[in-house]
Design a protein around this ligand. Structure first.
Ligand SMILES: N[C@@H](CCC(=O)N[C@@H](CS)C(=O)NCC(=O)O)C(=O)O
Length: 340
């Protein structure tokens, strides 16, 4: 096998979406090379339209030129069609839809606790600043590194408001993370993964965010360990699931199993995603809503309005029989409000 037979990507150890994808590639037995940090990308490689981590370089341009592609969720679906076996998308369309919803919650809500815990408390940003710099540039001398650390830390703290982390929302965000750890504890105990005895893309999305929340950030790592050492241990296994031999029967047959997690998604993600989508449609710069009885405010985020659109398309695309089963699973969780 030559380097060019491997899927190439750039990312960072501190990027949840990079960790989501590398763990997924390992589980799926897809050979890859990762260039740590955009500084590690070979000369002449293309840049994506929006500079996000991870960026994949697919060899499918004219004359086999590399094309820079971002956004983990559609990349996962593309890899499903290009590589057989060890699928991360449940075969049952109703369960597949529930997987899409949980994956989007992990990608779009859990990024709020992730970014909040990393930059809101001094013990956490003091820890994260140097790690982020040395992850990309391991040979910097300490004095040079300090300049980068100060600059990067300030820039990220100044961007906390972008994900909706502020004085009004801090408690809501932190409580939601603590509840999630407890919910995952009970869910994983059933059969090892979120939707059965084999990992789905939703597991990898949760894993990606939690490689940071549960391991890197001291405050949220302490919460995780206090609430569930099972969840903390699960993350170490998820990083390399190459040895699992999944079977079709390993997908969940218990439609009630994810109910508690769906309730959580209905409580936080759903009102914020809906209020954001509405504000984006109205061309507004920010929005207010209520989450779990508390005030929520943040700037609008047009990508997240698109996420709602994609989920609604997936819902509309279900056969009636499967949509009825999805409706049964969502009823009373709060998530159903997204699809009326
Ligand atoms: N929807 C994208 C999100 C990727 C993303 O937001 N990546 C973050 C790092 S984890 C990023 O590159 N942010 C830009 C920045 O930090 O400047 C995906 O699923 O891959």
């Amino acid at each position: 096998m030559t380097e060019t037979d491997r899927l190439e990507l750039t990312g960072a150890p501190g990027s949840p979406y990079t960790r989501k994808m590398i763990a997924l590639l390992r589980y799926r037995h897809i050979p890859y090379v990762v260039y740590w940090g955009t500084g590690g990308v070979p000369e002449g490689y293309p840049k994506p339209k929006v500079g996000l981590l991870p960026t994949f370089f697919f060899p499918d341009g004219e004359n086999g030129e590399r094309v820079a592609v971002t956004d983990s969720t559609p990349i996962i679906r593309r890899l499903e069609s290009e590589h057989d076996g060890r699928s991360v998308i449940p075969t049952d369309p109703a369960l597949g839809f529930i997987n899409d919803l949980i994956e989007d919650y992990a990608d779009e809500w859990l990024t709020k606790p992730m970014f909040h815990f990393r930059w809101a408390h001094k013990a956490d940003w003091k820890n994260a600043g140097p790690l982020l710099v040395y992850w990309g540039r391991p040979t910097l001398d300490a004095k040079q590194a300090q300049g980068w650390i100060n600059e990067f830390t300030k820039r990220q703290i100044d961007r906390l408001y972008v994900v909706g982390s502020n004085e009004l929302t801090a408690k809501t965000i932190e409580d939601s993370y603590e509840r999630l750890v407890g919910i995952l504890d009970r869910l994983l105990q059933r059969s090892g993964y979120v939707l059965g005895a084999r990992p789905s893309s939703a597991d990898f999305a949760l894993f990606g965010q939690m490689t940071q929340l549960a391991i890197v950030e001291p405050t949220s790592a302490a919460i995780t360990n206090r609430v569930s050492q099972r969840v903390r241990a699960w993350l170490d296994r998820m990083d390399d699931m190459s040895g699992l031999q999944p079977t079709e029967d390993d997908w969940s047959h218990d439609e009630a199993a994810p109910a508690e997690l769906l309730n959580e998604i209905g409580r936080t993600y759903t009102p914020v995603m809906m209020a954001n989508a509405k504000a984006v449609m109205a061309g507004e710069k920010g929005f207010h809503t209520e989450v779990d009885g508390a005030q929520w405010e943040q700037p609008t985020f047009s990508y997240q309005a698109k996420c709602v659109g994609w989920l609604r398309e997936a819902y509309a695309g279900l056969e009636d029989r499967d949509r009825d089963r999805v409706d049964d699973m969502l009823r009373g969780t709060g998530c159903e409000a997204l699809f009326v």
